[in-house]
Write a protein of this length. Structure first.
Length: 288
């Protein structure tokens, strides 16, 4: 009796140990996955002069297959100038972890030299157009600049350390122009934004109620009549103009047109559309 009780006790102890052991292994793997399985961006020190940006990117391509083909650097700078900026580069498709030197074009220096950069946020985005997979990494402006300038690792050392098979990138850069509009800081008011949605400044934007109407601020800018409005080549069909003034702008499959008989008496709203156009192809002349 005593012997069988002891045997049962030993068996129970062994089973308990087995369960605890399996739980520990599972936790260990979970922690390992959390710590080391996540996509990881490393900003590297470029070895080329000018507009080059170097990065290493590791992710579990077996678990999350993606053909990475686009790199974007975005600046969110609400209290500086420009308030937003983006530079983009198409990459030769990468299907597993890689490291690259990328010519981002002159927009990179404009982004790094933005006024108020120390309070800005920079987002590095790697994406796959075909798979719709997007990896985004946000960091403060100073941290980004510090890594770009002082990273101890280069592309060759990253490739060697991680034993990567890396292709080169040779495509020319595609720049998205730097824009600064709508969200300008207000002089003397500190971190207050001049947004169309801020009732304090509503009168300065085209959608505001007419002067004298209920809710219209006293200092609304007077509008003006436009003699001619037209679209120059280069429209990227982003819809911004039509969203602002659909009575004037019509966005087609591959360009934007001015609607026949479009009203030209609200120049302020046409001006707002032109300022919102990311490629600055909306032109107009004021009526004299
Ligand atoms: S805002 Fe400019 S780029 Fe966008 S649809 Fe209008 S004209 Fe084209």
């Amino acid at each position: 009796m005593t012997t069988s009780l002891m045997a049962m006790g030993i068996a129970l102890f062994a089973v308990l140990n087995l369960v605890l052991g399996l739980a520990a292994i599972s936790m260990l793997f979970g922690t390992f996955e959390t710590l080391f399985g996540k996509p990881k961006l490393t900003i590297l020190r470029t070895q080329k002069p000018g507009n080059h940006f170097a990065l290493g990117f590791k992710w579990n391509s077996a678990k999350e297959p993606a053909a990475i083909d686009t790199l974007r650097l975005r600046l969110f700078n609400p209290f500086g100038s420009p308030t937003q900026a983006e530079v983009m580069q198409k990459l030769e498709t990468q299907r597993s972890s890689f490291a690259l030197e990328v010519d981002m074009g002159p927009g990179l220096l404009g982004l790094l030299g933005a006024k108020g950069f120390d309070k800005a946020t920079v987002q590095v985005e790697l994406s796959s157009t075909r798979d719709g997979v997007v990896f985004q990494f946000d960091m403060s402006g100073p941290k980004f600049r510090n890594l770009v300038m002082k990273s101890s690792e280069t592309v060759p050392s990253f490739i060697k350390r991680h034993k990567l098979d890396v292709k080169s990138v040779s495509k020319p850069p595609i720049d998205v122009p730097i824009r600064s509009f709508i969200a300008d800081t207000v002089p003397g008011k500190g971190p207050m934004l001049k947004l169309a949605t801020n009732p304090m400044f509503a009168g300065e934007f085209a959608g505001a109620p007419a002067a004298g109407a209920a809710g219209a601020p006293a200092a609304a800018l007077p509008t003006f009549t436009v003699a001619k409005v037209w679209i120059e080549p280069g429209c990227i069909v982003c819809n911004a103009c039509e969203d602002i003034y659909p009575e004037v702008f019509e966005v087609l499959a591959d360009t934007c047109i001015i609607r026949p008989g479009a009203p030209l008496d609200n120049g302020l709203r046409i001006q707002e559309s032109a300022e919102a156009c990311p490629v600055e192809v909306i032109k107009f002349t004021k009526a004299s």
